[in-house]
Design a binder for this molecule. Structure first.
Ligand SMILES: [Fe+2]
Length: 202
C-alpha cells in the first residue's frame, strides 16, 4: 500500500512491534498553494528513537549548531508532556537573526513535528520521520531520517519567492542537510553509548 501526501510518498512496510495503520498520520501543514516544500534524507547507524531524541532535545540547537541557532529558551510554563514550546533565534549571519516561537510534538513514536507558531514564517512546519531500515552486515540498526520542511510566510515577498520554488529548494535542502550531518553524529553517538550500556542522561 502506498500513499502520496503531496510532499512525501509513503509505502506501508509491516514493522515488528508496531500496529499497521490504514494510512500515515499527516499533521497540519501550511496550504500547498502558499508554501514551499523541500525534503532531505540522511541514513545513520542508530534506532529511530535516537533521531527523535535528538529533535526532542531543544537545548542542543544552540551549542551543537551555533552557526544556526542562538538565544534558545524552553518555555516551561507553555510546555506540556505532549508539546515542547521554545523561543529561538535562527541565525542569518554572525550578528543578525530571526526570533521565532516554535512547538515540538510527536504525533507517533517515529515522527516529530516542529511548528513555528509566532514570528517570521509562522505556520511553517518541519516534519522529521525516522524509519527503521533493518540491521547492517554487522547487525547494527540502520535508520533513515526523512525531513520535510514546508515553509510559508505572510510577507508579500514570499509569494514572489514561492514561484521560484525550484531555486529555493536546493538552499532549503542544503541548510537542512548541514544540520543533519551534525544531528546524525548525535543520534549515532546516542545509540553507540546505549549499545555499550553507557548513558549520558535520563
Ligand atoms: Fe539539531
Amino acid at each position: 500500500a502506498a500513499h502520496d501526501d503531496g510532499v512525501l510518498l509513503w509505502v506501508r512496510v509491516p514493522t515488528q512491534g508496531e500496529v499497521t495503520a490504514d494510512a500515515p498520520r499527516i499533521t497540519r501543514r501550511p496550504d500547498a498553494a502558499s508554501s514551499v516544500a523541500a525534503v532531505v534524507e540522511v541514513a545513520g547507524t542508530c534506532e529511530p528513537r535516537d533521531i527523535i531524541a535528538n529533535r526532542l532535545d531543544p537545548w542542543h540547537g544552540s551549542w551543537f549548531h551555533p552557526y544556526a541557532f542562538s538565544h534558545l529558551t524552553v518555555d516551561e510554563a507553555a510546555s506540556t508532556d505532549e508539546v515542547l514550546t521554545v523561543d529561538v533565534t535562527f541565525r542569518v549571519s554572525r550578528t543578525w537573526g530571526v526570533p521565532v516561537r516554535a512547538e515540538f510534538a510527536c504525533p507517533d513514536a517515529r515522527t516529530i513535528v516542529m511548528t513555528i507558531t509566532d514570528g517570521e514564517g509562522a505556520g511553517s512546519v518541519v516534519e522529521t520521520h525516522a524509519t527503521p531500515l533493518g540491521p547492517d552486515a554487522a547487525g547494527r540498526p540502520r535508520t533513515m531520517m526523512v525531513e520535510a520542511t514546508v515553509a510559508t510566510s505572510e510577507r508579500t515577498g514570499f509569494a514572489v519567492a514561492r514561484h521560484l520554488a525550484p531555486l529555493l529548494r536546493p538552499a532549503m535542502r542544503s541548510t537542512a542537510r548541514r544540520l543533519w550531518v551534525d544531528d546524525m553524529v548525535y543520534a549515532e553517538r546516542s545509540y553507540l553509548l546505549r549499545s555499550r550500556g553507557e548513558s549520558y542522561g535520563v
